[in-house]
Every structure is written in C-alpha cells, then in structure tokens.
Design a protein around this ligand. Structure first.
Ligand SMILES: [Zn+2]
Ligand SMILES: [Zn+2]
Length: 261
C-alpha cells in the first residue's frame, strides 16, 4: 500500500514531544510515511524546524495560529524569511477562529492577511484554520488573492457550500478524526463530494483522536482511521485513498521531498 501522509499534526506538543521516537515508530508501523508538523507560534517554530531537520519523514510549516495572543506578532518579512528553510513546505496555520476569540477581530484578520501575502511571496501554500468564521475567511482569501498560491482548509468542519467556495479558490480540503465521530453525518456527506484531486487527511494530533480512540491522545498513526472512514463514505478502499491523498500532498506541498528508505 502507498504510505499515508498525516497532513497536519503538532508533534512538538505535549505529550507527543516526550515520546517522539515511539510516536514516529508507531506511525511507520501503521503505514504513515510522512507528517507535516504545523507551527502555531514564532517562539516554538525552532522546535518544529529542528524536528523536520532531524527526521526525513517530518516536514515543517511556519505561522502563528489565529488564537495565539501571547507570542510575537509575525510580519510578512518574518514569515518569508523563516519559510526559506528547505524543510518548510507551507505557511500556517493561519485563518480565523471566532469560536475561541471574541470582540474586535481586526487583529486576527490582519494576521491572516499577512500570512496570505507571505505565502504568495514565498511560493509555499497556506494551511488555513477556520472556525465559526467561514464568511470572513473566504472573503479575505478572495481579497488577498489566496487562489494564486492555494493551500488546504485543514480540519474541515464546514458545509458543502463552504467547501465548494474553497475548492473554487484552488484549495484542498483536509478531514480529521472529526469525520469519524458518530454525530458527524453532515461532514461525511461533504467528504463524499470533495473531488479526488483535492482530498487530504490529517490527525491534528494530539487533539481530536478518531474513533475508536476518541477522547484519547491522538497521534499520526491514527490517520489510518481517518483514511478508513473517508474510504467508506466514498465507497472506495484504503489503497485508493492512500494513493490519492499522498499524491495530493506532494503535489500541493511541492517543496516536500519524499524520504526514500
Ligand atoms: Zn487548526
Ligand atoms: Zn493544528
């Protein structure tokens, strides 16, 4: 079987960081060939860069999560500079989150715009997080010309209408363990409809473990359960889903060079 790719995880977060070699071994044992470790602050980016330089199976992104309030605010130049690293294949995660942050969201929107500008300048695609903010997310993507660089709507939980709009903007759609949850029937309907060439899968580990590990610590090895669920709803099989999503990953993140063993 083609190895799977976990297109979005946080290997530097507790408790994954403490047992990293075991986490990576279990990923390999479960047919996961590559992972994209996603940045959420500038302060922790060096950890991610080190991980990606130390492990050929791990790629890095650079960005500041929309909910982060503590750390340094990134400039476009900061992001473009850090994205020059050969192991950095994407800009993000960025986007809008009106679920966890409240009040005047201008600061979040400005930060999102800077990430889109940095992605276009660096030639590396976007990883977009959106929660209860789909209209503004799509509007800013359009206003900033995000379609020119493309990317992925990660941990997708929105409607088909939102998926369709993101697809029209040259974006991929990535499904996490949420798609396996019992009450996620509407999301499975969306997962059924995404075109083959835009489909990605992820864990968002250590959060959102798929069924049958719901509520436990998530890790990249569990992306196979996301793949199984997506295969089921699409009336496909694991082999085809692995082929399609791994091919899509390396096509979208074209700076990611697959490790050979
Ligand atoms: Zn996210
Ligand atoms: Zn994330």
């Amino acid at each position: 079987m083609t190895p799977l790719v976990d297109s979005h995880c946080h290997l530097n977060f507790e408790p994954l960081n403490a047992g990293l070699e075991d986490v990576l071994q279990r990923a390999r044992d479960n047919g996961v060939g590559h992972m994209l470790c996603v940045s959420v602050t500038l302060e922790t980016f060096p950890e991610i860069r080190a991980l990606a330089h130390g492990h050929l199976s791990v790629f890095a992104s650079v960005g500041v999560h929309p909910n982060e309030r503590e750390g340094r605010e990134p400039t476009v130049d900061d992001l473009v500079g850090l994205a020059k690293d050969e192991r950095v294949v994407a800009i993000g995660e960025t986007g809008l989150d009106y679920y966890r942050s409240h009040g005047d969201m201008a600061w979040q929107q400005e930060r999102f715009r800077r990430h889109i500008r940095a992605a276009k300048l660096s030639g590396k695609p976007l990883i977009i997080h959106t929660r209860e903010a789909a209209d503004d997310t799509l509007r800013i993507m359009r206003e900033e010309g995000a379609a020119d660089i493309g990317g992925v709507m990660h941990c997708f939980t929105e409607s088909w209408e939102v998926a369709r709009a993101a697809l029209d903007l040259n974006f991929h759609i990535s499904f996490s363990g949420i798609v396996t949850f019992r009450n996620a029937e509407a999301l499975r309907e969306v997962a059924k409809q995404v075109p083959d060439d835009r489909l990605l899968i992820e864990t968002d580990a250590p959060y959102l473990a798929p069924v049958p590990f719901r509520g436990k610590t998530n890790e990249p090895a569990f992306v196979r359960h996301v793949a199984e669920c997506v295969a089921n709803v699409r009336q496909s099989d694991m082999d085809s889903i692995a082929d399609v999503t791994t091919h899509n990953f390396f096509t979208l993140f074209r700076h990611a060079v697959p490790a050979r063993d």
